[in-house]
Design a protein around this ligand. Structure first.
Ligand code: GLC
Length: 754
């Protein structure tokens, strides 16, 4: 007996005490003082394979409070949260909704792992900014970063932790509805913009005003054949590395937290299951430390592609390729535990993916303050603030591209007594926006829009006389045309808002005819007969073919889709309160048959000479090779000249740098901002190189009559290109360097790399 007592007191009791103490201790993963790594390592050990699969499972959310709480489907999703089978929701928005769901995750699941709430904040959350393509035309990188930081701040106050932006897809096909989401056709510029958008969205991820960004759609989704949505991509590795990958890489290098698989295939394998893209390039070559999320059901859509036999095969192929979180297809949550149990998927690979996701949940502070982003007061105070709308107005004015302005019809003369404003879209709030303002969540950003009509009334009051000119469906009638003509005939200025609805900009909005509708051309022809100079205000989320309207109007103002402050921004430009400075980052095709047309094309074996005619050249017989308006083009109310271009060393050693200087002069009477561009050409190389490649730009303020000497420095890296393995090469030989105000009107110098 005594012996047992002794054993108990001195051998067993201490262990029981320690065990008791330990069980009372906070587990490491909940210990705020422990390092993130220690907390992750502790947590992963505690998780079942089902809970690990849960972290790789993202579901579409919607609302869960109020009447929705009784919805069977929503109740089932909440049960999955309680079971630890959901790591993230998309489309759960607002402080109230996110807090309600987070509470269930924290208080009613076994480990209390917080949920990541994601939403498509493509160009603003409540304050809507210009579509990314328009914003990119500003070439104002600090403003572009600022726009994203405003969007992040509004979203972060509404319970959101993560957005699926920036879209980094290079595209030169305006048939594709999603060109509106990117930064145009150039990989160098697309890279600079992608990095700025990541920085704007994420900051240092150490406050409650920034959110996780997503590099999408990885990879080369902008190369969809014929511009058709969800179509396949068939490009070489040389094209992949030189034209499409640079912006994704720049965004990853800028610290993007996540990367999204694209819907398309590369080399016959869907991006979601493409080991070359995900593991070889993204994870191994680029050392990406964040996590990969699929596009909407792109894992299970590998079945449609004909690459996966069923859900289990799709889950196996996605995870094996290095992909991680499954958006909405559910194949991972349904099959991963079994795949691990069968030894088909190595649990280490699952743990690596789960740890990457947990890292960002710890980084955002969600384990310690799970509701810090779901703050109703901050939400109300932040959204649509005066400051945010002022930024949106500035960004929108800076995005407007002046394509034509014969006889300086613009800016509107201050003596104008009557301004005829014609066009259905000009008064249509919803046409100030595109698809990506979250209609599907009922987020009514539309009500806050300042239409073009509102903006002109704000600026010119009763001088503005409005007529519809054409219907919402872009049809017209004699009555509509006659009313418009009558209004125009007694006006000092005739503004006609034409184009296509903002609702035709975005996903699943491919157009075989990206051009001005026939009825609007009919309207313009009738207006032209009044003899009044006509100003066309073009609303579109893509470069439309403007060739037919070009001769009918004196001025063409590409207004894109500008968001909440559209009207005020358009009025600021038309009045001259803001001298337009934007330059297009996508070529405007001369004809649909010319698509894809882009500046950084190859020379071909028989380039069409500019100084002579003849036969057997690379050309069309019915239209010019050149686009109507080239990449980098945009007018101002003033004019600029480029002179005295110099290069530091016509012979450049491979390790040298080349300095290019040029004098830019504002030769007009109005102060303005000019976007000077620098291009190179590698004349002869082991693989053909484009006739021009953008490698630098400067946005400079110049007062009327002022000149400034600007300089660019080119390194060997700037002159290099990738081979199909992703290896960079700088090859000796002849180069040209160009500077100018767009990709066609340039000064040039030759130099040699040896
Ligand atoms: C869509 C888009 C993607 C978006 C995602 C979530 O299909 O392709 O860009 O982020 O689904 O809405």
């Amino acid at each position: 007996m005594k012996k047992n007592l002794f054993v108990f007191i001195f051998l067993i009791a201490p262990f029981l005490l320690i065990a008791q103490q330990k069980s009372n201790e906070t587990p490491t993963y909940k210990n705020k003082k422990a390092s993130i790594q220690d907390r992750i390592d502790d947590l992963i050990k505690r998780m079942t394979i089902e809970e690990k699969a849960g972290q790789l499972n993202q579901l579409n959310g919607g609302t869960f409070t109020g009447p929705a709480a009784n919805d069977t489907g929503q109740k089932a999703k909440m049960q999955m949260v309680r079971d630890g089978k959901v790591g993230s929701f998309l489309n759960v928005i607002g402080a109230t909704e996110t807090r309600a769901v987070q509470k269930i995750a924290i208080q009613e699941s076994r480990l209390g792992i917080p949920i990541l709430f994601a939403f498509d904040i493509i160009h603003g959350y409540k304050t809507i900014f210009p579509i990314p393509l328009a914003e990119a035309c500003s070439w104002d990188i600090p403003q572009i970063e600022k726009n994203s930081s405003v969007a992040a701040k509004e979203a972060a106050a509404a319970g959101l932790h993560w957005t699926f932006a920036p879209m980094c897809d290079i595209s030169n096909d305006p048939r594709w509805g999603r060109v509106m989401e990117g930064a145009g056709e150039d990989p160098f510029y697309g890279s600079v913009v992608a990095a700025a958008r990541v920085k704007g969205l994420q900051g240092n991820l150490n406050d409650d005003a920034h959110i996780l960004s997503t590099v999408k759609h990885y990879a080369a989704y902008g190369a969809v054949e014929a511009g058709r949505e969800y179509n396949e991509v068939d490009i070489s590795r040389v094209a992949l590395w030189n034209k499409y990958l640079p912006p994704y890489k720049a965004a990853v290098d800028a610290g993007a937290a996540t990367v999204m698989n694209s819907f398309n295939v590369f080399e016959g394998v869907p991006a979601s299951g493409n080991k070359y893209l995900v593991t070889d390039v993204l994870l191994n070559k680029w050392k990406f430390k964040g996590f990969v999320v699929s596009d909407w059901s792109s894992f299970s859509e590998m079945i449609n592609h004909g690459y996966a036999a069923n859900g289990k095969d799709a889950a196996y192929k996605a995870i094996s390729a290095g992909s991680m979180m499954d958006m909405e297809s559910k194949v991972v949550i349904e099959n991963l535990p079994q795949l691990v149990k069968e030894g088909k998927i190595n649990v280490q690979q699952v743990d690596d993916a789960v740890k990457r996701i947990l890292f960002y949940k710890f980084k955002l502070g969600l384990f310690d303050e799970p509701y810090k982003f779901s703050d109703e007061k901050r939400e109300a105070a932040t959204e649509l603030s005066k400051e945010n709308k002022a930024e949106a107005r500035k960004a929108a004015a800076g995005s407007i591209v002046l394509l034509k302005n014969d006889n300086q019809v613009l800016p509107i003369n201050s003596s104008a007594k009557k301004i005829a404003l014609i066009g259905h879209y000009a008064k249509s709030k919803e046409d100030m926006f595109d698809f990506w303002i979250g209609y599907w969540t009922g987020k009514p950003a539309v009500d806050d829009a300042v239409t073009i009509y509102d903006g002109l009334k704000n600026k010119y009051g009763n001088a503005v006389e409005y007529s519809e000119g054409y219907n919402a469906d872009a049809t017209t009638s004699d009555a509509l045309i006659n009313t418009a003509v009558q209004s125009a005939s007694t006006a000092d200025v005739v503004l006609v808002n034409i184009g296509i609805s903002g609702k035709m900009a975005g996903e699943d909005r491919a157009l075989a005819y990206p051009e001005i509708p026939e009825a609007q051309i009919q309207l313009l022809k009738a207006l032209q007969k009044t003899g009044k100079p006509i100003v066309a205000l073009v609303s579109s989320g893509r470069p439309l073919v403007l060739t037919k309207i070009q001769p009918l109007v004196s001025s063409i103002v590409q207004c894109w889709i500008l968001g909440t402050e559209t009207g005020n921004a358009v009025a600021d430009v038309l009045s001259g309160d803001y001298n337009p400075s934007a330059k297009t980052v996508m070529s405007f095709p001369y004809a649909i048959g010319q698509i894809p047309v882009y500046y950084n094309h190859f020379n071909t074996s028989r380039p069409l000479p500019t100084d002579k005619d003849g036969n057997w050249f690379s050309r069309y017989r019915d239209i010019p090779n050149a686009p109507l308006y080239p990449f980098g083009f945009g007018l101002s109310y003033t004019t600029y000249s480029y002179s005295n271009m110099q290069i530091s060393n016509p012979i450049m050693e491979r390790t040298d740098k080349l300095t290019v200087t040029v004098t830019v002069t504002n030769t007009g009477k109005i102060d303005g901002e000019e976007i000077a561009q620098l291009y190179i050409r590698d004349i002869t190389a082991s693989i053909i190189r484009p006739v021009k490649e953008l490698k630098g730009f400067r946005k400079i303020k110049l007062k009327a009559g002022e000149s400034k000497e600007i300089s660019f420095v080119l390194s060997g890296k700037d002159l290099s290109f990738y081979d199909g393995t992703g290896q960079m090469h700088l090859e000796p030989g002849a180069f040209k360097v160009f500077v100018g105000g767009d990709s066609e009107h340039v000064l040039g110098k030759d130099f040699v790399v040896q």
